[in-house]
Structures are given as C-alpha cells and as structure tokens.
Design a protein around this ligand. Structure first.
Ligand SMILES: Cc1cc2nc3c(=O)[nH]c(=O)nc-3n(C[C@H](O)[C@H](O)[C@H](O)COP(=O)(O)OP(=O)(O)OC[C@H]3O[C@@H](n4cnc5c(N)ncnc54)[C@H](O)[C@@H]3O)c2cc1C
Length: 400
C-alpha cells in the first residue's frame, strides 16, 4: 500500500468510528476493569451500547484487526492496525473486547493450530462468544514453568489429565482452558510438555476462586481429575508444548507492555494533578522541586519507551522482528506503569489511600490501579525473570 492509501484508510476509519462508536463507549473504562467486555457464555453486558459496539467491531473483524479475514479477523496489515488503534485512542473509543483469547491463544493458534482448530476457535474469539483461561502455573511451577507436573496419559484416542493449576485468572468465568501438560517425564523437562485445549465443563475440572486483598477474586485454583481430552485438541505435535508456550508468552508480554497505550488517556495527566496539588512557580513549573523532578523523570521514561517501541515496530514492518524485544518491553512497560501509579498515589497525599469507591469514585481508582500495576510486574513472568532473560538472550551475558 502507498502512503496515500494509508491516508485514505485513516480518514475512512475515523469516519466509521465516529459514526459507529456509541458515545457511552468513548468514556474511560473503570480502572478496576469491571466494565470491560470479556465475552463468553457467562458474560453479562452492562449496557446495550457495550453489546452494540462489540457487534459492530466484530462484524468488521476489528476486534482482531490483524488476523486473517478468512477466520473472521480484520485482515489489516501492521500499519493499518496501528492506524486503527491510533484513531480509536484519539476518539477515546474503548476496546470492544479483551481477554486471553484475543491476546494469547488466538495468535498462538494461528501459528501452531491445524486448520480444523483455527476454524473452530478463531471466529468465536473474534466475536467474543467463548472466553478462555490460561492453565500454565502450578504450585512449584511459576517462574520455573518447565517444571510443571500436570500429567496427560495417552489413552489411545484421548489423554487423561490429572494435576493442579494455580493463579488461573477468571477460571470460574471461562468456557475453555488452554493448558500445558506433561506427556513425557523421561527426557529433559522442556521436551515432555504438550499444549492442549478443553472446555471447563468437562467432567473432572473443578475451580475454586481465591479471595484477594482487594476483596475481589480474579484467580482460581483449578483441579484436574481424570479429565478426558480428545487428541484432536492437542495443538501442534506432542512434546511441542514448550515452543508454543513460549510463543504465547511473547504475545502475553507484548500485550502487558503496551497495556497503557490501549487504554483511553486518563482525564488528567500527572502534570495536571501535580499542578493542582502543588501549584506553579513564577515560571509556570510545578512548584515542588522534588515532585517536578519525579514527574519529568516519568515523562522522559514514557517518551523513550514510546520511541523505542516505535523503532521496534518499524524494524518489525521491515521484516526484522526480534521477539527478544517483547521481554524488554514487558519489563520496561510494566515497571514504568508501576512507577507511574506510585507517583499518582503520592500526588494524592493521604487522599490517595481512599478506598471507598461509592463515596470517592475518582480517588478510589488510585489504590486499585497501583495494586494492579504491581500484579503486572509478576504476571506473564516476573520482572526478575525478564531481567534474567534479557541478560541471557538479548545481552548474551555469561550464565555465572
Ligand atoms: C495478575 C496475575 C495474573 C496471572 N494469571 C495467570 C493465569 O491466568 N494463568 C497462569 O497459569 N498463571 C497466571 N499467573 C501466574 C504467573 O505466571 C506467576 O505468578 C509468575 O510466573 C511467577 O510465578 P510464581 O508466582 O510461582 O512465583 P515464583 O516463581 O515462586 O517466584 C517468587 C519470587 O522469586 C523470584 N524468582 C523466581 N525465580 C527467579 C530467578 N531464577 N531469578 C531471580 N528471581 C527469581 C520471582 O521474581 C519472584 O519475585 C498470574 C499472575 C498474576 C500476578
């Protein structure tokens, strides 16, 4: 496509979004994520606009803009996808649908799934009909994921799966799980892992939500007892699970690194909050010197992160994509978000500790967002583990 084609695409996209995105879907989502659309059979829409926005976007395949049109995706190239996201952000349009299917399983299935699996699952993900959860972590297998012990015994036409998964986000609300299982214990631990899919209502699957400090229960312990998984639900080859798991994690990390960018901009910037609280000096700068230093430091971090992401994107478009970058962006992006929310909290002073959402709808978002930002430095591989990977794979430092 020529530069002119992209300009035309941009103006047509903007016009379509202006005409089709309901006003109620152009307000900032709640920070605790409670008004996001996750889809799935148990999901209850909170408004007619939420449903309509999802329907309209899914019909164009724009819930998954860069997936192939033959499976219901938008069929856009990388530059068009970027333009769509930029225009959505400029108009404040919310993501019509989010979740593990779009962020993780879909891209992995497109790469490793067979034709039948793609046809069965990809359109359901695009339309938000099925909600997926991730069965990776186990007690004793988090950072050291390859030590997982959940067993899948070969029973001829199916596997019999036994074991326990933990930290299963929204396992109680999901329809299907993508799951790492051990099909072979005889060789090196990475080699005996396989990647399977099964519905959560399969006999033998039970989930127990784990209550958190926030009072919510996003996570579940998932118990798998003699769960029958047909062999056609094996993705890739038996024993190829580790390769698929890593590819999927790269997508998870990419999503987490850019989480800040996919959200509509907050109503006020860090600087606005700082000026509101501390006022300005005679030159119009934030009056408090230490706060000014911290705000500027964050703005510079954001700028360098954005520029580096832009550079990686352009190199990727030139066919030079480097998956090691996702590790760097996961680390830098989630640590940036953590510092940002800490600063937002500090700027509120004692009011930043207000927890009661009913009486303090604006302030109460800060502690929740801050706690979520800590979680993102752990989910999908902790910051320490990302640093290890960067040292090993990107910088090629010695192991010792
Ligand atoms: C918000 C959230 C959502 C999640 N959702 C899911 C989900 O849906 N499905 C799923 O399967 N899992 C999920 N997880 C689990 C997540 O993948 C694990 O928490 C993560 O991989 C860390 O594993 P762990 O909790 O067992 O910690 P551990 O591996 O026990 O690590 C404990 C501490 O030791 C450090 N550490 C461990 N090994 C090293 C090392 N080699 N070098 C330096 N430091 C090290 C870690 O950084 C960490 O600080 C989720 C986690 C969070 C926080």
């Amino acid at each position: 496509m020529t530069a002119q084609d992209y300009d035309t695409f941009r103006s047509e996209t903007r016009q379509w979004l202006e005409e089709n995105c309901p006003a109620a879907m152009r307000v900032t989502p709640r920070k605790d994520g409670s008004d996001n659309v996750f889809g799935g059979t148990q999901f209850e829409f909170q408004s007619a606009e939420q449903r309509l926005w999802l329907q309209r976007m899914a019909e164009r395949g724009w819930t998954a803009p860069d997936w192939p049109a033959k499976y219901g995706g938008g069929g856009l190239d990388a530059q068009q996808t970027k333009i769509l996201r930029q225009e959505m952000r400029a108009l404040g349009c919310r993501d019509p649908l989010i979740g593990h299917g779009l962020w993780m399983l879909g891209p992995a299935l497109l790469e490793y799934g067979n034709e039948q699996q793609k046809q069965q699952h990809i359109p359901d993900i695009v339309h938000g009909r099925i909600r997926w959860c991730q069965g990776y972590s186990e007690p004793g297998a988090g950072s050291d994921l390859a030590s997982l012990r959940c067993r899948a015994d070969d029973m001829g036409d199916h596997y019999l799966v036994n074991g326990q998964k933990c930290w299963t986000s929204d396992g109680d609300k999901a329809d299907w799980m993508f799951c790492l299982v051990r099909t072979d214990s005889s060789g090196p631990k990475q080699q005996g892992i396989s990647f399977v899919l099964f519905p959560m209502d399969t006999p033998g699957v039970s989930v127990r939500p784990v209550p958190l400090l926030t009072g919510q229960a996003h996570f579940c312990d998932t118990f798998l007892e003699n769960v029958k998984v047909p062999k056609e639900n094996l993705v890739g080859e038996e024993g190829q699970g580790w390769t698929i798991a890593k590819a999927l994690l790269a997508h998870e990390r990419k999503m987490m690194a850019s989480m800040d960018d996919t959200m509509p901009a907050p109503p006020k910037s860090l600087r606005d909050y700082a000026v509101e609280r501390f006022g300005t000096d005679e030159q119009g700068r934030i009056a408090d010197v230490e706060i000014r230093r911290r705000v500027i430091d964050q703005m510079m971090r954001k700028k360098s992160l954005d520029l580096t992401q832009q550079r990686a994107f352009e190199e990727g478009m030139a066919g030079d994509i480097d998956m090691r970058m996702t590790t760097i962006f996961k680390y830098a992006g989630t640590e940036y978000q953590k510092r940002n929310t800490e600063l937002f909290m500090d700027l509120q002073g004692i009011e930043g500790c207000r927890w009661d959402a009913e009486n303090f709808p604006e302030e109460s978002q800060f502690p929740t967002t801050w706690m979520n930002s800590l979680a993102f430095t752990i989910a999908g591989g902790s910051s320490e583990v990302q640093l290890n990977l960067i040292a090993k794979r990107a910088l090629e430092l010695p192991q010792e």
